[in-house]
Design a protein around this ligand. Sequence first.
Ligand code: UD1
Length: 429
Amino acid sequence: MDRIRVRGGRRLEGEIEISGAKNATLPLMIASLLSAERLTLENVPHLADVTLLARILRNHGVDIAMEGKRSGAPPHPGETYHLEAREIVDTTAPYDLVAKMRASFWVLGPLLARCHEARVSMPGGCAIGTRPVDLYLMGLSELGAEIDVEGGYVVARAPGGLRGGRIIFPKVSVGATICVMMAASLARGETVIENAAREPEVGDVARCLQAMGARIDGIDTGTLTIAGVSSLGAARHAVLPDRIETGTYAMAVAATGGDVLLKGARAELLEAALDVLERAGVAIKPEDGAIRVRRNDVPLQPVDVETRPFPGFPTDLQAQLMALMTRAAGTSTIRETIFENRFMHVQELVRLGANITLQGDLATVRGVAQLKGAPVMATDLRASVSLVIAGLAAEGETIINRVYHLDRGFENLERKLGNCGAVIERLSS
Ligand code: UD1
């Protein structure tokens, strides 16, 4: 298994190109199941999760072609994918594929809407809490689906097709909102989704569906109104920039000190995180199509933060913020309100010399003068990258094991950081 070696203590200086958002790319690819015509996606990041989802979609009959690259073109500056689901050949999403990536469960909505039946394995994905699927099932039942759980599979049927309905989600869920919105776009009549997730990736998917011919109102708000249509057509859509990748590199610069231009980043996608960084003493300057992040020798100030659905501070940046706060001049508190058990990085950060105590959903981080490199291991995507950030700021060498987690969600991480002066390399085994 590959590992990453980081030698800490270097400031980051230079430019980092922000990739297309993983969390938008995955549902956008899934949206191709809704139409018999071609969906072209631009700015698709080169990630293990994207490759895996392509496999899953091919299984259902989606024809996927990647536009060829000219020789000499830089590696993976955003690929163009053409996806065409002329005919759905299989409405089952099997365990061995879905168990590897939770988002593949979202095929349930489009398959059900288009084929009136679907059989999808209960999901796997990052080990961050129980992550149930009750909200998906509730939403799709409201659209008239009959749902059973049999042998670890969700079996959904809508013999006469889905119909519009009114769904009031008791809890904000990105996945359930996307899944039900996709299904409703091909249902008969109008659907209203209340307490919908407002994450920018949900809006990106909604805009792509609109380009395919869906009729959706209230995009980027908590109430989505969808007038179902009988079929969707072809479209071309560019994936929005990855706000989690943006925030991650911003925190890396904050941790090491330095001055980096995050090219292609959009500040309005992560205001809450940028505000937290400013409170911590980091200079943030949105520029034309980019964000400049700078920290000189000013010490980091501690912060008190709670994760929240968008527009609040994202849970996907919680681990990275914690890595940053390990070196603040004082005590920070970080409360995780979205996922239970999303603190697996804590023990590993402690191995690097951090002083963190946990009490339920609250982490108290007492800043230390220096972290010291060590071998560490992570069990999920965002936790792994928090260890990279801590390693960059630590004295000496840090070896991060189980790099496959990083490859699921961060495109060219070593190259992007290495170009800014970090000493980071992959050790293949
Ligand atoms: C998505 C993101 C993930 C991010 C999360 C929250 C993708 C591929 N993944 O995950 O990176 O951390 O949003 O911003 O986009 N819940 C239920 N019942 C359900 C569904 C969810 O109780 O049926 C709960 C979850 O356990 C969690 C909360 O709702 O406590 C939010 O989860 P959700 O927004 O659904 O996360 P995902 O869509 O899986």
